[in-house]
Ligand binder design. Sequence first.
Ligand SMILES: [Zn+2]
Length: 228
Amino acid sequence: MTARRKMIEAAAFQGEVIAALRAAGNIRSAERLQRCMDVRLARQRNSGWPWTCRSSGCAWCRVSLIRRWWMGLTRWVVDDGAPVSLVVLPLHHPPNGFRGATVRLRRALRDVRDRTTRRSLRWRVVAITGMVGADGTAMVLVRHPHIPRAEVAEILGRRWPEAIIGEVAAVLPNSEFTVEDAVEFARLRRGIEPLRVIVLPQRSSGSPPGQEMGGSSLTGSEPMPVLF
Ligand SMILES: [Zn+2]
């Protein structure tokens, strides 16, 4: 697809989202998306960095938001050579319920980790992060020092039998949202938060319980990456 064709399609999509926001009385959210679109359509070559609305409901901003956050989350979890697995999970959400589904997934992942920690202390250093894709799948990165991938697959597989677990691959969460989903995100005006999953380790990692080796920067005092 040519750049011009892409621009026309994105503008048509954004127009639908803006119309839906206006119809629902979300004028400020609509104007934010409108301004982002106007700036992009009027942008001349080499005219510098455009103003951006940074809404995950915006046809343009969501793509760069998702890419940058995914890279940031990956760097955060792939911290010091500890094993990390990519888990792809199904996420079913009702209309206007994307964010709620993300929140439930975050809680469920934390509950599975915490419950497993009660039986096996090694799990207290397990950190989980990820993002929910537009195609109804969540891409979750699990950092599991001193725990084999097969064990992670078994534990998560009990809760999510459809989960697929493997190596961290160079893939991005899907960003082709429906107009309905984009309207929900634009109303939230919270950047990437409605799509992001983070479960901090219960304690700092880097050494097995009872053994102090240090050297890890992934600690409870470093809650999450912050990107602008
Ligand atoms: Zn935007």
